[in-house]
Design a protein around this ligand. Structure first.
Ligand code: CA
Length: 225
């Protein structure tokens, strides 16, 4: 398969590239995040092996940028950092899998094969509905070009809606999704927060995307209407 290896440590890059070549893969090596973005954008690679610590922009940002540009080549992140938060950041930035250094070469090959089988499936990092955009990793929201400031709870509620466009969600379902099913929370708190959300994502923009469904709950229509 065709592999883009992004690794700034020359010795390690040479070692991995040689191993892959001997295995029959075709490998291009780059050493910076900037080169990684332009090469991945232009080359038809089956998989990108992406180091996290790079001299210019880090691997997380490289990955986010590729996904923003609709480059869906499977990405396997490689890093010495094994903290759970780093793994989560990697996956949230659109990486497909994660390999902690030092790794066994056989494991690298196995994970690459698994990713290449999946192929370049679109998997946007951001949720989009009309001109509303939600970045789940960065916890940020935009309506058109305007960034909207939301509290943690409002973000959780909006995410619940945006992941289920067109579905009627009851207050109990919304409590489960955005409040973690806290039973001590009164169900009218959902109504209060839906109002807050409308005041931030709809009303200032003259749109209506959060609809009340009488006797049932709420529905997020996605497209303004
Ligand atoms: Ca590095």
């Amino acid at each position: 398969m065709r592999v883009l290896l992004v690794e700034d440590e020359a010795k390690l890059a040479a070692l991995v590239a040689r191993g892959l070549s001997e295995h029959g893969d075709v490998v291009d090596v780059v050493g910076t995040g900037g080169e990684a973005v332009s090469s991945a954008r232009e080359g038809a690679y089956d998989v990108v092996l992406l180091d996290v610590r790079l001299p210019d922009i880090d691997g997380f940002r490289v990955c986010r940028r590729l996904r923003e540009e609709r480059v869906w080549t499977p990405v396997l992140m490689m890093t010495a950092r094994t903290a759970v938060s780093d793994r989560i950041t990697g996956l949230d930035s659109g990486a497909d899998d994660y390999l902690a250094k030092p790794f066994a070469f056989q494991e690298l090959l196995a994970r690459m094969r698994a990713l290449a089988r999946r192929g370049p499936v679109p998997r946007p990092v951001e949720l989009e509905a009309g001109d509303l955009r939600f970045d789940p990793a960065g916890r940020r929201v935009w309506r058109g070009a305007t960034e909207v400031s939301l509290s943690a709870r409002e973000l959780a509620l909006l995410e619940a809606f945006m992941r289920r466009p067109g579905q009627v969600l009851t207050r109990d379902q919304l409590l489960d999704l955005a409040w973690g099913g806290q039973r001590e929370v009164a169900s009218n708190v959902v109504d209060v927060y839906v109002r807050h959300l409308r005041d931030k994502i709809d009303r200032p923009f003259g749109t209506t995307t959060l609809h009340t469904v009488r006797g049932l709950g709420y529905r997020f229509s996605g497209e303004p209407g």
